[in-house]
Write a protein that binds this ligand. Structure first.
Ligand SMILES: [Zn+2]
Length: 67
């Protein structure tokens, strides 16, 4: 399969960069340990360290919403 298509929102071709700390992934796709989320129609990637912080922030934010 030839997969040359990139989403138009992806500004960096061939590089996945953490949206929080700017760490670049080794390959051209996000590692399995990275978190990818879509915010405002743009796909953001977070490295494993930032993913934990991000998830914690999301959870605490959900908490305040739920209560
Ligand atoms: Zn990061």
């Amino acid at each position: 399969m030839d997969q040359e298509t990139h989403p138009p929102e992806e500004p960096t071709a061939g590089h996945v960069v953490c949206a929080r700390c700017g760490t670049a992934a080794e390959g051209d796709t996000a590692p399995l340990t990275w978190l990818s989320s879509v915010e405002d129609g743009r796909r953001l990637h977070f490295c494993d360290a930032c993913a934990r912080l991000h998830i914690r922030a999301v959870e605490s934010r959900l908490d305040s919403v739920w209560w």
